[in-house]
Design a protein around this ligand. Structure first.
Ligand code: GLU
Length: 381
């Protein structure tokens, strides 16, 4: 288990989840000053070499004002209409606020199943990875307009946790108008104590979640604890903190005030463990010596290093990687369908577009998607 440090400095890749109530005032709309202060903080984090992803709620809250929808609970189609109008405003506001710092924003709308279903998951992940690589900040929200079930406030807590684990983030920050976890709902119980650190999410911790919540963040603590379970089990630490002040990230970094959840392991090793532990493999890729060496030194598997492709698989399936000695040396999530893999194996990356007729992925199995067996003996090979 990794004990958390209560500043942001030890965490390289950080997902920040912004609750609706921070961003939108039901009476006056977008809280522009607050958003600009958040953008200042993001610029500060980037200057300190952190990678930043934002999962932002607020589309529905903004959209219902824009469309002049009645107060009170909305029907599903009204929420979706509100989200459709609000998301444009939300994305523009982020893009302008970050633009002041010459930071580009990229909008990603996902559904919870995009992060669960492997093929779509791979696509979302490589898009987000590419945005990060070019220095942009992904602004992520649920694709509410196509959601088929009720849209609930609080869904974004879980969505943010899934994004954090999908992107092997080191830390998930859940900012809302709640400053953290209490031993009992503080509004009802004067004895309630603040919990600074959660080493493990026990039944006792779950019971504490009770039902703290305001109108705009009805999900309250329960969904935050759910998010914590998803994140920490995959090696991502989490902190629940109040974001109500201006410059919320800076104030969290300076004060450390919030409820910090320890991660189990680290996100990259958890992901590799998950890959290695997959029972069924859908295919086998036989590698040459060069590819085996490349994998052992932490590189991706390129088409050029594959000598033979066995099995029927689709992009996103788990395949076994067989070394030149005929022994399985690892497993990975494959980026191509078996038909494509058969067309390109043994070929140089520069030839792939010509063979397939479209630009493929740079690797057949990306290094982040690989679990290579630790070598035994004195590491020969
Ligand atoms: N996706 C919703 C919105 O942007 C919010 C869901 C949530 O807050 O959890 O309005």
């Amino acid at each position: 288990m990794n004990a958390v440090n209560r500043t942001l400095s030890g965490y390289r890749r950080i997902v920040i989840k912004i609750g609706s109530s921070l961003l939108v005032d039901p009476k006056t709309g977008m809280k522009g000053d607050w958003l600009r202060s958040l953008a200042d903080d993001v610029a500060m984090l980037k200057a300190r070499n952190h990678e930043v992803l934002i999962v932002s709620s607020g589309a529905i809250a903004l959209g219902r004002r824009i469309l002049n929808l009645r107060r009170g609970p909305l029907r599903l189609e009204e929420s979706q209409a509100a989200a459709a109008a609000g998301q444009i405003a939300l994305a523009r506001a982020y893009s302008e606020a970050l633009g002041h710092h010459d930071i580009q924003a990229g909008q990603i709308l996902v559904t919870l199943s995009d992060t669960e279903e492997r093929r779509r998951y791979l696509n979302a992940r490589s898009t987000i990875e590419t945005l990060l690589k070019v220095g942009a900040v992904p602004i992520i929200n649920e694709n509410d307009t196509v959601a088929t079930s009720e849209i609930r406030y609080g869904d974004n807590d879980r969505l943010a946790a899934r994004v954090a684990t999908m992107m092997t983030s080191d830390l998930l920050v859940l900012f809302s108008d709640i400053d953290g976890l209490y031993t009992a709902p503080p509004a009802q119980d004067p004895e309630a104590r603040f919990v600074e650190r959660v080493p493990v999410i026990s039944h006792e911790i779950e019971a504490m979640a009770g039902d703290v919540g305001t109108e705009l963040s009805r999900g309250g603590m329960v969904t935050k604890i759910e998010a914590g379970k998803i994140a920490t089990a995959s090696g991502t630490a989490m902190v629940i903190a109040s974001g109500t002040r201006l410059n919320p990230v800076r104030s969290l970094d300076e004060s450390g005030y919030g409820t910090w959840f320890d991660a189990v392991g680290n996100p990259v090793s958890s992901r590799k463990k998950w890959i290695a532990g997959q029972l069924g493999v859908c295919g086998r890729l036989h590698l040459d010596e060069g590819a085996e060496r490349a994998l052992n030194s932490g590189k991706s598997l390129l088409a050029a290093g594959i000598r033979k492709v066995e099995g029927d698989f689709v992009r996103g399936d788990i395949v076994a990687l067989i070394g030149p000695a005929g022994i399985e040396i690892g497993r990975g999530i494959v980026a191509y369908d078996s038909q494509e893999a058969r067309a390109i194996f043994g070929r140089q990356s520069s030839e792939i577009t010509g063979i397939l007729g479209y630009a493929g992925r740079s690797a057949v199995v990306h290094r982040d998607d690989l679990a290579v067996r630790p070598m035994t003996g004195d590491n020969e090979g």
